[in-house]
Design a protein around this ligand. Sequence first.
Ligand code: NAP
Length: 181
Amino acid sequence: MLNFGVIGTNWISKKFISATQTHHHAQTVAVFSRRQQSGQAFKADIGIDFTVYDQLESFLNHPSMNVVYIASPNHVHFDQIMMALKANKHVLVEKPAVISSQELQQIQDYLREHPQLYFMEAVKQTFFTAFHAVEKALPGIGHIIGANLNYLAYDENKIQFAKQEPLPSVLSAACSQRCPV
Ligand SMILES: NC(=O)c1ccc[n+]([C@@H]2O[C@H](COP(=O)([O-])OP(=O)(O)OC[C@H]3O[C@@H](n4cnc5c(N)ncnc54)[C@H](OP(=O)(O)O)[C@@H]3O)[C@@H](O)[C@H]2O)c1
């Protein structure tokens, strides 16, 4: 059974938690929010029973949790990943998993020494049927010297999202590098 602990309380965590409840081998048992109050509000909004923690150490000590899903801003991923791995939890982390190759190297080094742990970046596209169709067709195409694969969709919600003040962390240059939390 995958017993998820979830870090972050934005819409992506909400969608993720709802998805865990639809699978008979998965469930969400704990959520970490920096504030107990916002964690409880998130829990009431979702309507699913899990324990809310506002201390990362206690969250990682939840008795039945075995996987951590990290959906916090990118610049805090690395510390949270390392804390979770050191607490012997598997990790699924939102993209981009880390913000430098040095961080990734440290994670890989740790995983090599702890082969019982699973680590994955939440890039779901590699599971899409279209992805596998392209993968299958590649040998027939022959030697590839270049490719442009662009998909763009503009909608009013995204444009409004990008105009928000302060800029959402997912679009913020400051949150793509180490900065004070
Ligand atoms: N937004 C998107 O469209 C999108 C799409 C694909 C992937 N992602 C990825 O999903 C992850 C989260 O993105 P998001 O847009 O949901 O980010 P966000 O809203 O800025 O942050 C997510 C949650 O993390 C906590 N948080 C916020 N600032 C923090 C800080 N400085 N330190 C620690 N925790 C903090 C907050 O929960 P509490 O207040 O409860 O602690 C917040 O609800 C990112 O890795 C992003 O790249 C986002």
